[in-house]
Design a protein around this ligand. Structure first.
Ligand SMILES: CC(C)(COP(=O)(O)OP(=O)(O)OC[C@H]1O[C@@H](n2cnc3c(N)ncnc32)[C@H](O)[C@@H]1OP(=O)(O)O)[C@@H](O)C(=O)NCCC(=O)NCCS
Length: 163
């Protein structure tokens, strides 16, 4: 289905295509420029080099095509958050679910986390389906500032098998 590989500076142009069209409707609202993509990758790689490691970012590949980005962030010693975005022409194939599954495995093994959280825009039920299919449970809402004011984002959590 899809494979993950560490984000690389070579992915900048592909990221500008990921962060465009319908994919930004419920996320940033703005397409990503090439400069912004380079900056985003630089920051992600800098965070990936921290000890203890606080961030992992992967490009999502379908065959050799970069179709998205998925990130894991440590928010507390054993709690992390997952976020993901896929290029709009790749939606509806189960790719996000497959990518999230793989990140959940890393989170509860090599990253040493025991709880994961994720949230999505209230008008973006597809993202809630992705989380539910990956085993997350809806735990409520969390207010988040957006371009149009504060909105109650849907909040999901997943506990590791050992907890
Ligand atoms: C959310 C997103 C990642 C989904 O990617 P995807 O590869 O299409 O996801 P999948 O194919 O794995 O699963 C999508 C599920 O949502 C369902 N879905 C799609 N549109 C839906 C809608 N309007 N209402 C309810 N469910 C919907 C699909 O039917 C599928 O569920 P199913 O397998 O039970 O049928 C993609 O739309 C995206 O990148 N959105 C913008 C970024 C974003 O919102 N990220 C989430 C915040 S971290």
């Amino acid at each position: 289905m899809v494979t993950l590989r560490s984000l690389s500076p070579d992915d900048a142009r592909a990221l500008t295509r990921v962060y465009s069209g319908a994919s930004i409707r419920y996320t940033t609202g703005e397409p990503l420029t090439l400069d912004q993509a380079h900056d985003k990758i630089r920051k992600a790689l800098a965070r990936a080099a921290e000890t203890p490691r606080a961030q992992w970012s992967w490009s999502i590949l379908h065959e050799s095509d970069v179709i998205g980005l998925v990130s894991l962030r440590r928010r507390a010693p054993a709690t992390g958050t997952i976020s993901y975005i896929l290029r709009d022409d790749s939606w509806g194939n189960g790719y996000a679910t497959h990518a999230v599954h793989q990140v959940v495995t890393v989170a509860f093994t090599s990253a040493g986390l025991d709880r994961l959280e994720a949230m999505h825009h209230p008008d973006n039920p597809a993202s809630g389906r992705v989380l539910a299919k990956a085993g997350f449970v809806r735990v409520g809402t969390a207010d988040r500032d957006t371009r149009t004011g504060a909105l109650p984002y849907e909040l999901y959590a997943l506990e590791g098998a050992g907890t």
